[in-house]
Ligand binder design. Sequence first.
Ligand code: ATP
Ligand code: MG
Length: 428
Amino acid sequence: MESIQAVRGMNDILPGQIEWWQKVERLAREVLENFGYREIRTPVVEKLELFSRGIGESTDIVEKEMYAFADRKGERLALRPEATASVVRAYIQHNLQADPITQKFFCLGPMFRHERPQKGRYRQFHQIDAEAFGSDDPMLDAEIMYMLRILLERLGLTGVVLHINSLGCPECRKTYRNVLREYLLKQADAFCPDCLRRRDLNPLRVFDCKVERCQSLLEAAPMLLDSICSDCAAHFDKVKIYLDGLQTSHVINPRMVRGLDYYTRTAFEVVTDQLGAQNAVGGGGRYNGLVRDLGGPDLPGIGFAVGMERLILLLQQGQEAQRRMPKVFLAALGDSARHKGFFLTQELRTLGIETEMDYEGRSLKSQMRRADRLNVGHVLIMGEDELAAGRIQLRDMNSKEQFLVPVEKAIEMLKESYLKTIRQDFFP
Ligand code: ATP
Ligand code: MG
């Protein structure tokens, strides 16, 4: 019968890969909690309107990439394409604004976008998402970018660059929008059909166009950063000063507008030159109107999202896939020895010592070969003779020494080896 394949662009994460995910998730939790962010988990499915209102109708995400559907009752729903809108919804719905006003949350999990699958771009992908509500202080902008930097450093990632920009407030954007539209009108035919549509609908979006020709036409375009109001400019100056104080190097990139409409003032992106076209590892920014626009109090917010697949691709470059290995292998020969060995294996596992055994009744030689492949520290060898004497062979696979000892003694020795030391993590 023909086998059923996974949905295109949606990946299984298998043993050998999962260790990277676990490492990234563990470090992310550690770093984010250290900076005062608390974990929140929201549903993968939300009402469609949350994203069309939150992210913006004319963004690529909402227009082209969202998995939107009607459920059996005809309710318009969507698989979440990003987490910010969901976290804001939960923040409002559960009245999470508290004392102090500044509240920080993070969220790890899958997101869904119908894009063309390629390296670093999938239809189900995962993000580490951080959101802070309640303060417009530029300290918070600098802090969240610093936290992102520390996270990437803790992961051992090098060669990434932080780009920052200010997208101003709705007020400074209003005037700029017209200036930009006029510029775009002057070279109307040259832009792609998408950009021509964007020009009328939401001209800032043209900067997000992936078409090279459009990008080169924008080189002479007026920049939003040059026309932001004095309040926004002062805010941006302070962000830069704090970043400098935190020795967090950054590049000012006036073309970076981000793919979501809700950003105001600070926008940032961490980019790499090691992933081809998929050069953004993560990005974020301020969204001072979003909580209000989604029906909540008029409180500012700032956040970022990092793509976990891209992170892991970078981490893995040049490194072998690794998998977690057991510490002990139990090799048994003969029915009654296998019987006894089965119970001993469970006893060791229950004690907290990772132990593996043979379930297929293979020869001792092939069991020993498997133990070798698994790279275990010790092998317990049990044959009918040993069993009759209540003893077992304990072989140290590093020193190749082997002792015939009472079963109880072998257990004691293994406890000594594996339970005295604090369990070393697989990844150093
Ligand atoms: P890109 O420009 O590459 O499409 P984006 O601006 O759409 O990225 P964001 O919405 O800012 O991405 O999401 C934050 C991060 O999530 C990205 O920097 C990236 O690492 C990751 N990401 C976004 N879309 C995908 C995807 N389809 N597959 C894998 N990772 C993704
Ligand atoms: Mg995208």
